[in-house]
Design a protein around this ligand. Structure first.
Ligand code: NAP
Length: 290
């Protein structure tokens, strides 16, 4: 293997330590304990795991963490009422509603209801719009984590050709906007399932980011020597093992640097949720963001 493996787990531990120190300072100097509320509807096992991870991580950082568990048959109206109450709750700085919701619930009105000042998951269209006009409030957690990884790995994005595969509102699309902001200055290609000759498009990348949800889609044929490869994908293979969108072993023979799955982007997603919650706690009280 020739590629440098970027250790997202170690980076996440380092950033979380810094966040915990900032929380301790905020609490010590101003008596503020940042509060994160996670709403889980139903008993989807993967969502249970994610909400549990967020709960433990926020408590470990010294934050107030509240889990609100609602039965699968909760109505749209009742869920909206829960969000309204959290919007009013002074102890809560950040609100997230874990997706996916049960089929009978529409996530869009729920996300639109979350107060922009508490929108730490950055899924409210207002938050997305602020990013789109180049004046972001909160950055959505997974793309934010990818930016931190690139910075940590010393990857210069200015003038670089970045190819992102996947155009979801959760990952690919906001990440494409972030990377074209002034200061990041990348030239971004946002590829998707209708992209013609995806392998050729990807071979033009200095930085290749896969956020697709197809195990092993990105093979060595998609990667030019010297490319930095970031794997956002989390998929289960036939043996039930967690794997990314990138065929790690063969791509690592060609790439300059690569993130593994697990231990790459995943740990940074939760970390950036903590960062957003800390920023929300500060800015809601008129304190400057760090
Ligand atoms: P999504 O909403 O399903 O979007 C997938 C995107 O990939 C779509 O834009 C789709 O194109 C594109 N696509 C699908 N098949 C393709 C193909 N064969 N060739 C090219 N493009 C293709 O998924 P998502 O929510 O963005 O998540 C993507 C992956 O990241 C999943 O594995 C998810 O589990 C993972 N994820 C990880 C984290 C983390 O913290 N590590 C966080 C979020 C998501 P169309 O738009 O044309 O359909």
């Amino acid at each position: 293997m020739s590629a440098r493996v970027i250790d997202g787990k170690a980076l996440a531990a380092e950033v979380r330590e810094r966040i915990a120190a900032d929380v301790a300072a905020l609490t010590g100097e101003h008596g503020i304990v940042p509060g994160l509320a996670a709403v889980l509807v139903g008993d989807d096992p993967a969502s249970e795991v994610y909400v549990g991870m967020k709960h433990r991580a926020s408590e470990a950082a010294g934050m107030h963490s509240r889990q609100i568990r609602l039965p699968a048959e909760t109505s749209q109206e009742d869920l909206e009422q829960v969000v309204r109450e959290l919007n009013e709750d002074e102890a809560i700085d950040g609100i997230l509603v874990q997706l996916p919701l049960p089929d009978h619930l529409d996530p869009q009105p729920i996300q639109e209801l979350i107060l922009p000042a508490k929108d730490v998951d950055a899924l409210n269209p207002y938050t997305a719009g602020r990013l789109a006009v180049g004046d972001p409030t909160f950055l959505s957690c997974t793309p934010y984590g990818v930016l931190e990884i690139l910075d940590h790995a010393g990857v210069e994005t200015s003038g670089a050709n970045v190819v992102i595969v996947g155009r979801s509102n959760l990952v690919g699309r906001p990440l494409s906007v972030m990377l074209t902001l002034k200061g990041r200055d990348a030239t971004v290609t946002l590829a998707h399932s209708r992209t013609r000759d995806l392998a050729a498009v990807c071979r033009g990348a200095d930085v290749l980011i896969a956020a697709v949800g197809v195990a092993g889609l990105i093979t060595a044929e998609y990667v030019s020597p010297g490319t930095v490869v970031i794997d956002v994908g989390t998929n289960r293979n036939d043996e039930g093992k967690l794997v990314g969108d990138v065929a790690f072993a063969e791509v690592a023979e060609v790439a300059d640097a690569i993130t593994p799955v697990p231990g790459g982007v995943g740990p940074m997603t939760v970390t950036m949720l903590l960062q957003n919650t800390l920023e929300a706690a500060r800015s809601r009280r008129g304190l400057p963001r760090r």
